[in-house]
Design a protein around this ligand. Structure first.
Ligand SMILES: Nc1ncnc2c1ncn2[C@@H]1O[C@H](COP(=O)(O)OP(=O)(O)O)[C@@H](O)[C@H]1O
Ligand SMILES: [Mg+2]
Length: 365
């Protein structure tokens, strides 16, 4: 691949809350990851500029124009509650005419709210957990018939935020308590759905116009003490001193019979395509008691840390970390078969188009 000028964008906005040093989702870890991606890209011969973005999209535009990169590597990850910055940034970069890694604005926006994306996926024929409901008040709990256990979480967060030991509820009282807590602490509706008791898989997907499923990863909860529910909570994901973190393993490639593996991969691909995902993604899937796969979540632009999640699955397919980053850049540079954000590409001024844009050349009012 030829030498490119790559601008790596990340979220420099820090919330005014103290961070725990053992929290692997904190700012210090984020900075380390960004530096690592930049270093890897430089090692494979590219020129890299790291561009932090907090709120000032005007200044960001000016800087990006001045830098005039061949491609923008999008490592921007929202931390603002219910935020839509991710999609705005993606839209803006495309409007300015630069190729962008990962998913387009539309996919980022559609998958930002879990309730919204579950309903869209269901509409597209993708299986989502049964009895999915959005609860905007505690009183709404009484309007549904529940088959416990019910899983409940904030409807617009990600990365395990708001998911803990009490997220699996066994009674209406417990469900109401949890809904109240979510409404109060996260200032957003709660998403409740049937708790699926089966195996859990993370399906990595990479590619541009042709998508490819990476070896499946399975979350192994078998070492967890009996009083901790088998879920990927915030603690299991990020707090390395917690029993959740220490007793949850991910095995990749997952040991799964080929027929089931194929079904899981197809459901994941269907979901990623349905939301318009591109470049790289991770679909979280869980089985019910009859081994039927359901989509918990489509993660567009998921975590790209070396040795973790998507990167680990890629390694199992003999795609080293530098190769994975190259793959993602190449996908960003592929011409789109059609651009879902038509108006986001600057108009190319040709003789024909400027003639047709002349006010007198158009007889239609
Ligand atoms: N309906 C469900 N049944 C069983 N477990 C679930 C369900 N929904 C979510 N989970 C568990 O909660 C975790 C986090 O949920 P997910 O929707 O993937 O949100 P996040 O954005 O926090 O990863 C999942 O990895 C899974 O372990
Ligand atoms: Mg998830």
């Amino acid at each position: 691949m030829k030498r490119l000028h790559i601008v790596v964008v990340y979220n420099a906005y820090v919330e005014n809350v103290p961070e725990l040093p053992e929290d692997r989702g904190g700012t210090a870890d984020l900075r380390t990851q960004i530096r690592h991606v930049a270093r890897t890209l430089r090692k494979i011969g590219h020129t890299v500029t790291v561009l932090p973005l907090s709120h000032d999209l005007f200044q960001f535009q000016r800087k990006l124009r001045r830098l005039n990169p061949d491609v923008v590597f999008n490592l921007y990850d929202d931390v603002v509650q219910g935020a839509g910055y991710e999609m705005r940034l993606a839209a803006l970069v495309r409007m300015l005419g630069f190729p962008l890694t990962g998913s387009p604005a539309l996919a980022l926006g559609l998958t930002r709210s879990k309730g919204m994306s579950a309903s869209l996926l269901a509409g597209a024929g993708v299986p989502v957990p049964p009895h999915t409901a959005i609860l905007e008040t505690v009183g709404e709990v009484d309007r549904h018939k529940w088959a416990f256990p019910i899983f409940v979480q904030p409807s617009q967060e990600h990365a395990g935020v708001g998911v803990d030991r009490t997220s699996v509820t066994h009674s209406k009282t417990a469900l109401k308590l949890k809904v109240r807590e979510i409404l109060r602490n996260y200032n957003q509706p709660a998403l409740a759905q049937r708790f699926l008791p089966g195996r859990e898989f993370n399906v990595g997907i990479i590619g541009g116009n042709r998508l490819r499923v990476l070896p499946l990863a399975e979350v192994d909860y078998s070492a967890l003490p009996a009083d901790i529910p088998p879920i990927m909570s915030y603690a299991a994901k990020w707090i390395d001193t917690s029993p959740e973190y220490q007793n949850t393993r991910v095995s990749c490639p997952a040991e799964v019979d080929p027929e089931l593996g194929k079904r899981i991969s197809q459901v994941a691909l269907h979901a990623f395509r349905a939301v318009g995902g591109r470049g790289y993604g991770r679909v979280d899937i869980r089985l019910d008691e009859f081994e039927q796969p359901y989509v918990l979540e489509v993660n567009c632009n998921p975590c790209l840390d070396e040795g973790m999640a998507l990167a680990r699955s890629a390694e199992k397919a003999d795609i080293s970390y530098p190769k994975l980053l190259q793959f993602i850049i190449r996908a960003a540079l592929e011409p789109l078969p059609h651009d879902p954000e038509i108006s986001m590409l600057p108009m190319r001024r040709t003789a024909a188009s400027s003639a047709s844009q002349h006010p007198n050349s158009n007889s239609n009012p």
